[in-house]
Design a protein around this ligand. Structure first.
Ligand SMILES: Cc1cc2nc3c(=O)[nH]c(=O)nc-3n(C[C@H](O)[C@H](O)[C@H](O)COP(=O)(O)OP(=O)(O)OC[C@H]3O[C@@H](n4cnc5c(N)ncnc54)[C@H](O)[C@@H]3O)c2cc1C
Length: 531
């Protein structure tokens, strides 16, 4: 069991305090959109650990799923999401997601986000894996950047919203299971501060950085999931980690994503011998759910003893590819791969976390005043395997729900909260190579808690992480490196424990020692809670 409730000792009398109505942690799509949806009479602060524009959201390429076509409906979107989720979706929250998709896309368009349009002026719709209809709206192959740039430019004009960059949230402050604010570290002047509010929204994204190869940026270290856990929040299904089938494979770059939309436009997967293999694995071929495609590639790599396979879209013209995938085309070309002529070397890497802070359809956690949305949260919409392009949508739908709910929440709570609890421990500085430990954890996780897992590997990994956990337990945490290291250690332990517990294979969680899905025993969520 963890020893310390807070990452640092806290003496509220000695710390500067700042009061707001709402604190939003994270400046990805979920956090920023929630802020925009809160009525303007409320005073909001957004805390983000780097700059406003650094997030997973800004890197999203393919698009956002929404059923707009005449031949489509929220019911088809629901069916596809449930199918990909492999029996673990919460149908109630998925219904919210698909039914509220189009109103939020309309809202984005009204805010001025410019998606690609077809010749008739309607939003252009493409297909991605496991979608039965064309329902992915996009802005070239930089959808996330286009959406985030617009939302960021809007949020900066709101007088009721204060933005604090380079502000790392260590922990949420709680008394009697009521959230009262957060303690944060200002990287610029190396100071700690208490931010106090009646509502705290955690939109800190996922924990891709636990893995050596990931499409996620450096900020995705699962801080929010960890501070929620230390505060007593329930976490759900942490073992369910999605590996994207097609990251660019190059000795100098193994993290750049080749969007699923490339397969949506017809690209074929071929092994190193040039043989197409997906028809052997799934009836949907290259557009099977992500977990299926990733495992198929993993198997082909194993059979051929090569660390990649190929993606072939050479049947499309250079002009078409440059227009449809300008960013991907340019990036590949920078590494000497011309998509119009060459096969693209690809391999699966960590991409998305289905697990996170357990929430309901209004983003509520089990801690009063503490909410979560986006990738940090887990309300069951993705089940055991996220359907492509459902996560930007998740940020919009559930961010918006929290935003709109704020007046009701604040009407029912006292105006200002204070935090007087003093937290003192005896910890001591420790001279260790923190970067080296983080790197080793990433490698251990990739090897043992990756696409294919088994009990021996998971136990081996847990033993290793336990050693680090004991080592850093009594360490004084002074800077971001320390805070993140503590979170790496805590979260990798929780992911490994959950992966050991789920003795079956389901969606993205594949156990080579329990290859079957066991609905009788395991069609249920795994909850982790401190204490
Ligand atoms: C390369 C790539 C392509 C993708 N393509 C698509 C796509 O086409 N469609 C789709 O639906 N999804 C896609 N995804 C997934 C999707 O982008 C993410 O799941 C989604 O953007 C998550 O949004 P979020 O707001 O929850 O978190 P994020 O966008 O990750 O934002 C989290 C924010 O929290 C901040 N933060 C974290 N910890 C702290 C802390 N301790 N203190 C303060 N701030 C903190 C971060 O700095 C960041 O600003 C893609 C992901 C990647 C990486």
């Amino acid at each position: 069991m963890e020893k310390h409730r807070y990452l640092i000792d806290i003496n509220p009398n000695k710390l500067q305090k700042e009061y707001h109505d709402v604190i939003i942690i994270g400046s990805g799509i979920a956090g920023i959109y929630a802020a925009i949806k809160i009525p303007k009479e409320y005073d909001i602060v957004i805390l983000t650990k780097k700059t406003l524009d650094v997030s997973n959201s800004a890197l999203a390429q393919g698009g956002i799923a929404v059923s707009l076509n005449k031949d489509d409906s929220p019911n088809f979107h629901l069916r596809d999401t449930l199918y990909a989720g492999a029996g673990l979706c919460n149908e109630r929250t998925v219904k919210v997601l698909v039914n509220e998709a189009s109103e939020n896309i309309t809202s984005l368009c009204k805010l001025g986000v410019e998606f690609d349009r077809s010749q008739n002026g309607g939003l252009s719709l493409t297909r991605e894996g496991a979608h039965s209809k064309n329902r992915i709206i996009h802005a070239g192959d930089i959808t996330g950047k286009v959406v985030c740039d617009k939302l960021n430019s809007i949020v900066k004009t709101y007088h009721n919203i204060k933005i604090k960059e380079t502000t790392f949230v260590l922990d949420i402050l709680t008394e009697n299971n009521i959230c009262k604010g957060v303690i944060a570290y200002d990287e610029n002047n190396s100071t700690f501060k208490l931010y106090l509010a009646n509502v705290v929204v955690c939109a800190t994204g996922g924990y891709g950085q636990l893995y050596a190869a990931t499409t996620n940026p450096e900020v995705s270290t699962g801080d929010g999931v960890c501070f929620a856990y230390r505060a007593g929040a329930e976490l759900m299904n942490l073992e369910l980690v999605q590996f994207h089938p097609t990251a660019f494979y190059h000795p100098e770059n193994k993290n750049f994503l080749i969007s699923e939309a490339v397969r949506g436009e017809g690209a074929l997967l071929k092994n190193i011998k040039g043989i197409r293999f997906m028809p052997e694995y799934h009836e949907f071929n290259e557009l099977a759910p992500r977990d299926v495609v990733s495992r198929a590639i993993f198997e082909e790599m194993r059979k051929t003893d090569v660390e990649y396979v190929y993606l072939d879209i050479t049947f499309k013209s250079k002009e078409y590819l440059e227009r449809r995938f300008p960013n991907i085309y340019k990036t590949c070309l920078g590494y000497g791969v011309d998509m119009a002529k060459d096969y693209i070397p690809v391999a699966p890497v960590q991409h998305y976390c289905m697990g996170g802070i357990k929430t309901d359809e209004y983003g509520r956690t089990n801690i009063t005043g503490f909410y979560s949305c986006g990738e940090a949260a887990c309300n069951g919409i993705h089940g055991a395997n996220r359907l492509a392009s459902n996560s930007l949508l998740e940020g919009l739908v559930f961010g918006s729900r929290i935003g709109k709910e704020i007046p009701n929440i604040l009407n029912n709570s006292l105006k200002k909260k204070d935090f007087t609890f003093r937290y003192e421990t005896s910890r001591a500085p420790l001279n260790i190579d923190k970067q080296a430990i983080k790197k080793e954890i990433q490698e251990i996780m990739t090897k043992n808690a990756g696409i294919v897992r088994d009990r021996d590997g998971l136990l081996f990994a847990k033993k290793k992480v336990d050693v680090y956990s004991n080592l850093v337990e009594q360490m004084t945490n002074q800077c971001i490196d320390d805070f993140e290291l503590q979170n790496y250690v805590l979260l990798s332990k929780l992911v490994l424990e959950s992966a050991l517990e789920r003795e079956e294979s389901r969606g993205a969680h594949f156990r080579s020692d329990f290859r079957e899905t066991d609905d009788k025993k395991w069609r249920k969520n795994i909850i982790k809670k401190w204490g």
